[in-house]
Design a protein around this ligand. Structure first.
Ligand code: MG
Ligand code: MG
Length: 258
């Protein structure tokens, strides 16, 4: 069952998605060499609660954190802990909030201090692939059109597209149908209808696409040990052009000041 949202529900969801962007911006102020990932998690949790919302990930399936924090070869679902960020790392920070009954879910991958050009390009291209996917997220297209756009662009650079984890519908539940793979054939998959709301989230590896799950039952890592990037937006499907509910503008305001 795929939920089609009312306009009113989409506006409530937008508020949740924007709060995720604001939370990630708050966290962005502190992303620097020397900070522990558990400290970033505490900053996010306090910020979310101060804004009348509940951390969307905490307790979800037993997940212990308010953020998923995934460093370097960790792809997604990293558990905040005593890991200290180091100069030259990249860190994917994925945040969910629940407010007024609806979830927002968005992620951004940050550079820690100065990073190599190779990693800078991985971040830029992964983010660009998200927007290419979003361009295809319009009524009448199919989920495969989104995945194909992401895959074609990123594989063109020799990157690996993670297949085991995918985007998803989002709304009253954090994960709703349909699945939104980051790969696929044009014209395949679920047909998109107006007022579906999707979380689109390419996970792109510098090396090959293979991933494995750690013994902690959560953390996903690349098999070859090479770094991976992840960016995620929530969108509402419309005719002609998707309506992006989340935003990176608060985050990038902070990054531009750094
Ligand atoms: Mg997410
Ligand atoms: Mg998601």
């Amino acid at each position: 069952m795929i939920y089609i949202k009312t306009e009113e529900e989409i506006e409530i969801q937008r508020e949740s998605s924007l709060l995720v962007g604001k939370t990630l911006a708050e966290v962005a102020k502190y992303v620097a060499p020397g900070i522990k990932t558990i400290e970033l998690d505490a900053i996010a949790e306090a910020f979310i609660k101060d804004h009348g919302a509940v951390p969307g990930f905490k307790g979800y399936g037993g997940f212990p954190g308010s953020l998923c924090i995934s460093v370097n070869d960790q792809v997604v679902h990293g558990i905040p802990g005593n890991q200290v960020l180091q100069e030259g790392d990249i860190v994917s920070i994925d945040c969910g909030v629940l407010k007024n009954g609806f979830y927002g879910d968005s992620a951004y991958t940050f550079a820690v201090g100065e990073i190599s050009e190779e990693l800078q390009l991985l971040l830029e291209r992964t983010k660009a692939s998200l927007y290419l996917g979003i361009e295809q997220a319009v009524a009448g297209n199919r989920t495969g059109d989104i995945g194909n756009a992401i895959q074609r662009y990123t594989e063109g650079f020799g990157y690996g597209v993670v297949r085991e984890l995918v985007g998803h519908g989002v709304g009253r539940k954090l994960h709703e149908k349909p699945e939104v793979p980051n790969y696929g054939r044009r014209g395949s998959g679920v047909k998109l209808k107006e007022n579906m709301t999707l979380a689109i989230e390419p996970m792109i590896n510098l090396g090959s696409r293979g991933v494995k799950q750690e013994a902690d039952g959560w953390t996903i890592r690349t098999i070859d040990g090479k770094p991976s990037a992840h960016f995620e937006h929530d969108v509402a499907i419309r005719k002609g052009k998707a309506d992006i509910l989340s935003t990176f503008s608060y985050i990038e305001e902070i990054l531009n000041k750094k």
